[in-house]
Design a protein around this ligand. Structure first.
Ligand SMILES: NC(=O)c1ccc[n+]([C@@H]2O[C@H](COP(=O)([O-])OP(=O)(O)OC[C@H]3O[C@@H](n4cnc5c(N)ncnc54)[C@H](O)[C@@H]3O)[C@@H](O)[C@H]2O)c1
Length: 368
């Protein structure tokens, strides 16, 4: 089979982190690096050993020698670039979130549906699926290791909004500071990861939300710098999702009737279950050490504590790497692991969160 020929669009921020996947995979060849800032495109060409061409105009991605377009540009550009890609019969991998607005995201899905009939594969890039642990946690939920899952928790916070605010106040523009271009503030940017993960792990959709959002520390940013939301799933479970751009920290927890998981700082994993020790379905947590857990009523006798570090975004050897997984799907004519359509539903949850934060009341998620 011939190599998949790739146009890489948006070589700045996040795009830079996974170029090595495209350099190392032996069935892939980047032919074009495109960035409105040509110096960034040229830097990417250098990282790819000088082989692709550099361009500053998106139209280069639609050239006849391109099979796959990878879009890493700001949210408000996704619709125009994604629809043009699909209409030109190129396979598409699109960065999350699908778009800044639900109607733009729906237009992309429509174009993807039409293109699929012509054999075009399109997918959404969600970096957390690179992490094997996420796949194990889903298995554990599905196989009942936690018993009935009553509650999930996610906290994803970084101080990027403070620096961004300073930048904007010093006269530099940035799309992330604009609600119009981003679709909101920290919540749309950060929460789509966990909203998607939790829906996927639970095999359930989100029905209703209650939320508060505010901006206290990032005056140069239009959107919220803190949002706290409670989600109710179709199976009755609740999730609390706290996202911020004004402080730091990350945690994922699963609370079930027979077991719990706390994963803190993307590093420390604490598991306990009445089912006994967990050794891993997709990874072997062989470094686990046992500790006596607090003697809470109904708690397991011991807690496993282990260090689990996510593979770097550019680790092409990681079989869960979502760029690799997508490219293999295109090569083999398979469905993508994450569909663009599933990402549109995440945006509907985000919209309901914003609606609730304004109204002060619970908001239903407007599923299509
Ligand atoms: N964990 C993740 O998966 C993750 C992390 C960060 C960002 N993102 C997403 O990736 C996308 C880009 O975010 P970022 O942080 O890299 O932004 P960024 O602003 O740092 O980089 C965007 C790049 O796109 C280029 N660009 C702008 N307009 C362009 C155009 N018309 N044509 C071609 N290039 C253009 C810019 O010059 C810049 O180099 C966003 O949708 C964001 O939500 C995802």
């Amino acid at each position: 089979m011939n190599n998949l020929r790739v146009a890489f669009v948006g070589c700045g921020g996040i795009g830079d982190h996974y170029l090595s996947v495209y350099r190392e995979l032996d069935f892939v060849e980047v032919v074009s690096c495109i960035d409105a800032n040509i110096e960034r495109a040229e830097r990417a060409v250098e990282a790819l050993d000088g082989k692709p061409r550099a361009a500053s105009n998106f139209d280069d991605a639609l050239s006849p020698d391109v099979d796959v377009v990878v879009i890493n540009t700001p949210n408000h550009l996704h619709r125009e670039q994604a629809v043009a890609t699909l209409e030109a019969n190129k396979h598409l991998l699109l960065q999350k979130p699908v778009a800044a607005k639900v109607e733009d995201a729906e237009a992309i899905v429509e174009a993807a549906r039409r293109a699929k009939q012509r054999g075009v594969v399109s997918g959404l890039y969600l970096s957390y699926f690179d992490q094997p642990l996420m796949h194990d946690l889903r298995e554990m939920i599905q196989r009942g290791w936690f018993g009935g899952v009553a509650h999930l928790y996610a906290r994803l916070m970084h101080r990027g909004g403070i620096a961004l605010s300073q930048q904007v106040r010093n006269g530099q523009s940035n799309w992330r500071a604009s609600i119009e271009l981003t679709g909101g503030g920290c919540f749309i940017q950060l929460a789509v990861h966990y909203v998607h993960l939790f829906k996927w792990m639970m095999g359930a959709r989100v029905e209703r939300v209650m939320a508060m959002a505010k901006n206290q520390h990032c005056p140069g940013v239009e959107g919220e710098d803190l949002a706290c939301a409670i989600l109710e799933f179709s199976n009755g479970a609740l999730a609390t999702i706290d996202m911020a751009w004004n402080t730091a920290g990350e945690q994922l927890s699963i609370h079930g009737t027979r077991g719990t998981c706390e994963y803190i700082g993307n590093q420390t994993l604490m598991l306990d279950s009445l089912e006994g020790d967990f050794t891993g379905y997709v990874v072997n947590y062989s470094g686990a050490s046992s500790q006596v857990s607090p003697a809470a009523p109904g708690a397991a006798a011991a807690q496993q504590v282990t260090t689990v570090i996510a593979p770097p975004l550019g680790d092409w050897r990681n079989k869960f790497n979502q760029h690799r997984v997508f490219l293999e799907a295109v090569r083999d004519g398979r469905e993508p692991f994450v569909s663009i359509e599933s990402g549109v539903d995440d945006l509907r949850v985000v919209n309901a969160v914003y609606e609730s934060a304004v109204s002060g009341c619970a908001a239903e998620v407007a599923h299509s």
